[in-house]
Design a protein around this ligand. Structure first.
Ligand code: K2U
Ligand code: ZN
Length: 164
């Protein structure tokens, strides 16, 4: 297992749209394990392959208190959305910046698991937020993209100042 480098804004590779995975081979399984190790070490509760410069439809998530309930979502797709919730979000690719983001309160996501089995998962609360946040990454979207232009500009200024 190894820890991977996480891309940070303003790296334009974070805007890349990920392609679907056609074969869940040993390389994909190793990448998922390395992403979990990287996520736990960050620490974070989610990580998309886009963030480690692998532009394929793969995310890992673990919102459990004990950090013992890892989820590996391959070719994930949200098939149902309901309600609205506002949650303070951060992002491992946007260090030090936090902002409130409106998202669906409940989602149903279909995906393949690491064994290639087709699954459906109904999620609410923080897990629903995390799923939407990670699936945004696979579309080249970061949470700042949901903010007003003014708030996004202020956040980018703060980020550039911190990274200077
Ligand atoms: O994509 C990422 O960078 C992972 C995020 C996922 C996330 C952001 C906001 C809300 C829910 C999930 C990181 O986990 S940000 C760090 C973090 C850590 C603990 C709790 C919330 C956010
Ligand atoms: Zn993120």
């Amino acid at each position: 297992m190894s820890q991977l480098n996480i891309l940070t804004l303003p790296d334009s590779r974070l805007k890349t749209v990920a392609v679907s995975i056609t074969e869940i081979n040993d390389d994909i399984k190793q990448l998922a394990q390395d992403m979990l190790e990287t996520m736990y070490a960050a620490p974070g509760i989610g990580l998309a392959a886009t963030q480690v410069d692998q532009h394929i439809q793969l995310v890992v998530i673990d919102v459990s208190e004990e950090k013992d309930q890892p989820l590996v979502l391959i070719n994930p797709e949200i098939i149902e959305k309901e309600g609205i919730q506002t949650h303070e979000e951060g992002c491992l690719s946007v260090p030090g910046i936090f902002a409130k983001v409106k998202r669906a309160d409940q989602v149903v996501v279909k995906y393949q698991d690491i064994d290639g089995q087709h699954q459906e998962l109904a999620a609410t609360g923080l897990l629903a937020v995390c799923i939407q946040h990670e699936l945004d990454h696979l579309k080249g979207i970061v949470f700042l993209d949901h903010l007003s232009l003014l708030k996004r500009k202020l956040a980018m200024k703060k980020l550039e100042k911190a990274e200077a």
